[in-house]
Design a protein around this ligand. Structure first.
Ligand SMILES: [Zn+2]
Length: 132
């Protein structure tokens, strides 16, 4: 069990993560449906206008980015739930120190303490999305 969280807090965080996970899965489901709908349209519609095609490509890219971001968030939720199960929740995955409680309350999927997260972000300025 995480040293700084009592059973009640763990339960509350778990419920929150499961709810978030449900929402994210719904979002991804809708986004994938939209994606297929648009592709279907493009296939039926005979467009010879290059401008239209470029716009369609751009829309697809934006959708894929959203889906990819949401998949990354789903993975973060699952990892946080896993850490709740095995008792490592609330501990920084980089330095093993306790993650600030306020930080966990604000964002239960935080896996690093503030200082490690800052280092991580400064080391990798690009945001990494989960691959599809
Ligand atoms: Zn740390």
């Amino acid at each position: 069990m995480s040293p700084q969280l009592n059973a009640f807090q763990v339960k509350a965080i778990k419920a929150e993560l499961l709810e978030l996970l449900g929402h994210l899965r719904e979002d991804v489901g809708h986004e994938l449906e939209d994606q297929q709908g648009e592709r279907g349209h493009a296939g039926v519609r005979e467009t010879h206008d290059r401008g239209d095609e470029a716009t369609a490509d751009l829309d697809s890219t934006i959708n894929i980015t959203n889906v990819s971001r949401h998949l990354g968030e789903i993975r973060e939720c699952q990892e946080a739930l896993h850490r709740l199960e095995n008792g490592s929740f609330g501990l920084c995955i980089s330095c093993d120190e306790e993650i600030e409680l306020n930080r966990l309350k604000a964002n239960p999927v935080s896996s690093r303490c503030l200082s490690c997260q800052s280092k991580e972000e400064s080391g990798h300025p690009e945001v990494h999305y989960a691959s599809l």
